[in-house]
Design a protein around this ligand. Structure first.
Ligand SMILES: Cc1ncc(COP(=O)(O)O)c(C=O)c1O
Length: 355
């Protein structure tokens, strides 16, 4: 605690906005809690992080992140245990990933204590913003971007790391439909697919909009070289269950290394499921579908934990997957991970930490 207090400077809001929020009806991604972290990297070093009231940052249009996209981010959540205790799920993994993303975008590494102390202090300060289990969770967005006021194309020399939070409702997602197409790609080998870089999401917006116009929820990305190996969805890694075997694409450098994906693999393996991490082509999925061997498909990500996939469109045809009630792996896994996150089930992995 002493370390926290001495390393993060806090400026409290004069008036909390918490009373304005109906925690039982939270609009997604639009309500932000009282405080945010701001840490500057300038003159070759990190300055003391500050927590200030949530609000605008002063930026000019010349800042390099706005012009050239030198910007990376993270997505994580704080949960309230059934005993009311604030919990975080594997925050160290988000810290490691933002630094891997930063390295790929030629940005300085963030010191671990700066990231973790700021995060903990922010959650401690806005603890009342964490909804109860029934109401949802508190989404946390660390965002790290270049701030040089310079329009030459080069890595910035100054940066801001900010963290802000946003209560979100429980994720009762309907099963989703995905469109696999050869028209667009998300990431190529040697590119930034494994980084959580802002630009990856910008380039996905047009394909996503076109998929939605055709009645699908999201794109199912195929690899850039052959256009047939399945990669991932918009904000989720993908899993298939074929003949009782759980298969997920291996990490080739083009896929985001999801923390939910990694957690799912551990829990499944430990529970005796046969799991394969390997390249899987959309034609293999299609063949399994037509042979009646494609039992399940689900996405894994922080937003929904596990999202069941109802339908996959490819080459003008739809693969319609079994009803969720008739599935075994996805529903079991989703429930198990949720119970670990909320501190209901025992956590033998040490993933859940007090906020
Ligand atoms: C492209 C992409 N893939 C996969 C994921 C799932 O990652 P995680 O489980 O760490 O949320 C995300 C979400 O962060 C994502 O944006």
């Amino acid at each position: 605690m002493n370390i926290l207090e001495s390393t993060v400077k806090v400026q409290h809001t004069s008036q909390s906005r918490l009373h304005q929020v109906d925690m039982n009806h939270i609009p997604f991604g639009k309500i932000f809690s009282d405080h945010m972290v701001v840490a500057h990297y300038r003159n070759g070093k990190w300055e003391q992080p500050e927590i200030v009231p949530y609000g605008p940052l002063a930026l000019t249009p010349a800042v390099s992140s706005l012009n050239y996209g030198q910007s990376v981010f993270e997505g994580m959540k704080a949960f309230r245990s059934i005993d009311g205790e604030p919990l975080l799920f594997r925050p160290q993994e988000n810290f490691r990933r933002i630094n891997r993303s930063a390295a790929r975008l030629c940005m300085p590494q963030i010191p671990e204590d700066l990231f973790m102390d700021s995060l903990r202090e922010l959650i401690r300060l806005d603890e009342k913003w964490i909804p109860t289990k029934e109401q949802g969770s508190l989404y946390i967005r660390p965002l790290y971007f270049a701030t040089d006021e310079f329009i030459g194309v080069k890595a910035s020399e100054s940066y801001v790391l900010t963290m802000f939070t946003c209560p979100v409702g429980p994720y009762y997602s309907e099963p989703v439909s995905l469109l696999a197409s050869k028209e667009f790609i998300r990431a190529a080998i040697g590119g930034t697919g494994a980084a959580k870089a802002a630009g990856n999401y910008a380039s996905a917006m047009l394909p996503d909009k076109l998929a939605k116009a055709k009645g699908y929820n999201n794109v199912l990305w195929l690899d850039a070289q052959h256009h047939h190996y399945v990669e991932e969805c918009g904000t989720m890694n993908i899993f298939f269950v074929i003949d009782g075997v759980v298969i997920t694409p291996s990490l080739t450098g083009t896929i985001l290394q999801g923390i939910t994906r990694n957690s799912a693999l551990k829990v499944l393996r430990q529970s005796g499921y046969q799991v394969e991490e390997r390249p899987i082509s959309i034609y293999e999925v299609q063949a399994a579908y037509y042979d009646g061997r494609l039992q399940e498909a689900f996405g894994a990500g922080t937003a929904a934990t596990i999202s069941h996939i109802a339908k996959i469109g490819f080459a003008g045809e739809d693969m319609i997957l079994p009803e969720v009630e008739d599935r075994k792996v996805g529903p079991w896994l989703g429930g198990k991970l949720e119970r670990i996150k909320f501190g209901i089930d025992e956590d033998p992995y040490g993933w859940v930490v007090k906020a």
